[in-house]
Design a protein around this ligand. Structure first.
Ligand code: BES
Ligand code: MN
Ligand code: ZN
Length: 497
C-alpha cells in the first residue's frame, strides 16, 4: 500500500477532494466525527446514521455512493465505538474493517480521515503507525512457496491519510513504513519452510541486508566457533548436517565512541528436540524457533531503512537441533565459551545452550545494554498466552530502568511485554551434581529458570531477555509469523536516540 499525508482545511476541503472513497468515523452515540461532519454537506451522512443502517460499533461499516456535495465517488462510514474517546482496540478494529472494504472496491485510491488524535492515551503518530502496520499486515501474502499464487490484491492501492489539525511528525510515516517492512522480513523468514530457511539462508539474508543498508557484517563458521571455544553452541549444532552460522551485524548510526545496544537472537531453524525428541503433532511449527533471529534481522531492516542514529550490534546464533549419531545425549557435559560446564539433561532445552555463548561473545562490544530475543519456553505460553511477550531482567536499579524502557516501548508500539522475577532462589533450581549448571531446572517456573540460565552469562553488562514463544507466530487456520517483537525492539531503539 502506498501511503501519503495531506492536510485538509476550509480552503482545501475534504468534501471537494477527488478520490475513490473517503473513510470517516462514526460513533454509537450517533455523533459525527469532524470529518464526517465535513462530508455532511446535504445531510446525507446524518440521515444514514439516523436510519440505523450502521451501529457505530467498532468495525461496523456502511458504504454510501453519490453523497450529495462530496466529490469523492464513495463515502465509507466506519464505527469506532461508543463515543469520541476511542480505545486502541476500537481504532485497530476500525482500521481493519476499513481496509477490508477498501480491498473490495472498484477504486484504486482512497482517503482515510479518521480522528487520529482521539485515541485514548495515544497521539496521532501512534494512530498513523497503527494504520500503516495494519495495512501491511492485511496485504501480507503467504503464497511464496505455492506453485499457484493466491489472487492478486484488488481494490485500493493508494491511501491518503488526512492529517489532524495539529499535524503529524514528518518522519512518522517513513518510520511506520520501516517498521512494517522490518516486520514483513521477520514474517517471511519465519514462514519459510525449514528446508529452505536454514542457518545458511539466514546468513545470506543478513549479507543482503548489509549490502542494502551499509551494515558491517561477519559470519563466523564452525572452525572459528571452535577456535572461540563455543562448546555449548556447537554441542547443539553438531547433531545436524546443516552448517551452523554465527552472524554479527553492525549498524554504526551513532558516534564512534558510543557504546552499542546489542540484540541477540535465537536462530534454531528447526527444533526437533534432538535426542529428547519432541512429540509429532504440531512439530512443523518448530520452524518458527528462529523467530528471535528473524526479529533481529527485521529490526535491522527497520533501523537501516530509517537511518537510525544509534550504534546497534545484532548477533544471530543459527543452527538446527536434530537427533543423530553425532547429537548430544542427555547427561553430556559441555564447556561454554566462558568456561562454565553444563550438564545437558534435556537436549530440547537447546535455545539457552546456543544463546549462552552468544551472550558471552557480546561482552566484546562493551555494550550499553544487551537484549536477547528467543522462542525459549513453552511455559511462557502457559503463563502469558499469545498476547504478551515475557520480559526478564535482574532487579537492580540499572535493570529496572532497562525493563521500564522495554515495557514502555512495547506499550507505545502495541507489542506488549510483561516482566517476570529472577533471582538466586530460582537459579538454585539449575544446580547439577556433576557440572556448574544443568540446562533444565527442577519442576516449576520453567520460563524463569530458562532466563536464570542465561543470566549466568550476562553478569558483565546490563541485560534483558524477551521470551517470544507465545507471540512470534499464530497457530491454527491463520498460521503464520506475526513479525513481533520488531515493533517493540525498533521503538526501544528509536527512544534511545
Ligand atoms: N523452542 C522450544 C520452546 C517452545 C515450545 C516455543 C513450544 C514455542 C512453542 C524450546 O527449545 C524448548 O523445547 N523448550 C522446552 C524446555 C524444556 C525442555 C525445559 C520446553 O519449553 O518444553
Ligand atoms: Mn527445544
Ligand atoms: Zn527451541
Amino acid at each position: 500500500m502506498d501511503f501519503s499525508i495531506k492536510a485538509f482545511d476550509t480552503k482545501n476541503t475534504l468534501a471537494a477532494a477527488k478520490s475513490g472513497c473517503i473513510a470517516v468515523a462514526v460513533y454509537e452515540n450517533k455523533k459525527l466525527s469532524a470529518a464526517a461532519k465535513a462530508l455532511d454537506v446535504n445531510g446525507d451522512i446524518s440521515a444514514a446514521l439516523k436510519s440505523g443502517d450502521i451501529s457505530g460499533k467498532p468495525g461496523s461499516t456502511l458504504l454510501l455512493r453519490g453523497v450529495a456535495g462530496v466529490a469523492a465517488s464513495r463515502v465509507l462510514l466506519v464505527g469506532l465505538g461508543a463515543d469520541e474517546v476511542v480505545s486502541e482496540k476500537s481504532f485497530a478494529t476500525g482500521v481493519t474493517a476499513a481496509l477490508k472494504v477498501f480491498s473490495t472496491l472498484g477504486a484504486a485510491d482512497a482517503i482515510i480521515a479518521f480522528p487520529l488524535d482521539s485515541v485514548k492515551e495515544r497521539d496521532a503518530n501512534w494512530a498513523l503507525r497503527a494504520l500503516v502496520i495494519g495495512a501491511s499486515d492485511a496485504e501480507f501474502r503467504t503464497d511464496g512457496q505455492k506453485s499457484k499464487k493466491d489472487p492478486a490484491i484488488a481494490g485500493v492501492r493508494k491511501i491518503v491519510v488526512a492529517a489532524p489539525s495539529a499535524g503529524l511528525d514528518k518522519a512518522a510515516l517513513t518510520q511506520a513504513a520501516a517498521i512494517a517492512n522490518g516486520m514483513n522480513l521477520t514474517k517471511e523468514l519465519g514462514n519459510l519452510s525449514p528446508n529452505v530457511c536454514t542457518p545458511t539462508f539466514l546468513a545470506t539474508t543478513a549479507r543482503k541486508l548489509a549490502d542494502d543498508y551499509g551494515f558491517d557484517i561477519e559470519v563466523l563458521e564452525r572452525k572459528q566457533l571452535e577456535a572461540l571455544k563455543m562448546g555449548s553452541f556447537l554441542s547443539v549444532a553438531k547433531g545436524s548436517d546443516e552448517a551452523p552460522k554465527f552472524i554479527v551485524l553492525k549498524h554504526n548510526g551513532g558516534k564512534a565512541k558510543d557504546a552499542p545496544v546489542v540484540l541477540v537472537g535465537k536462530g534454531i531453524t528447526f527444533d526437533t528436540g534432538g535426542i529428547s525428541l519432541k512429540p509429532g503433532p504440531g512439530m512443523d511449527e518448530m520452524k518458527y524457533d528462529m523467530c528471535g533471529a528473524g526479529s533481529v534481522l527485521g529490526t535491522f531492516r527497520a533501523i537501516g531503512e530509517m537511518g537510525l542514529k544509534l550504534n546497534v550490534v545484532g548477533i544471530v546464533a543459527a543452527c538446527e537441533n536434530m537427533p543423530s549419531g553425532r547429537a548430544s545425549k542427555p547427561g553430556d557435559i559441555v564447556t561454554a565459551m566462558n568456561g562454565t560446564t553444563i550438564e545437558i539433561l534435556n537436549t530440547d532445552a537447546e535455545g539457552r545452550l546456543i544463546l549462552c555463548d552468544a551472550l558471552t561473545y557480546a561482552e566484546r562490544f562493551k555494550p550499553a545494554a544487551v537484549v536477547d530475543i528467543a522462542t525459549l519456553t513453552g511455559a511462557c505460553i502457559v503463563a502469558l498466552g499469545h498476547h504478551t511477550s515475557g520480559l526478564f531482567t535482574r532487579d537492580d536499579a540499572a535493570h529496572d530502568a532497562l525493563a521500564t524502557e522495554l515495557l514502555d516501548a512495547g506499550k507505545q508500539a502495541g507489542d506488549v511485554a510483561w516482566r517476570f522475577p529472577l533471582g538466586e532462589i530460582y537459579n538454585d533450581q539449575l544446580k547439577s551434581n556433576f557440572a556448574d549448571l544443568a540446562n533444565i531446572g527442577t519442576p516449576g517456573a520453567a520460563s524463569i529458570t530458562a532466563a536464570c540460565f542465561l543470566e549466568n552469562f550476562t553478569r558483565k553488562y546490563t541485560w534483558a531477555h524477551l521470551d517470544i514463544a507465545g507471540t512470534a507466530w499464530k497457530s491454527g487456520a491463520n498460521k503464520g509469523a506475526t513479525g513481533r517483537p520488531v515493533p517493540l525492539l525498533t521503538t526501544f531503539l528509536m527512544n534511545r536516540v
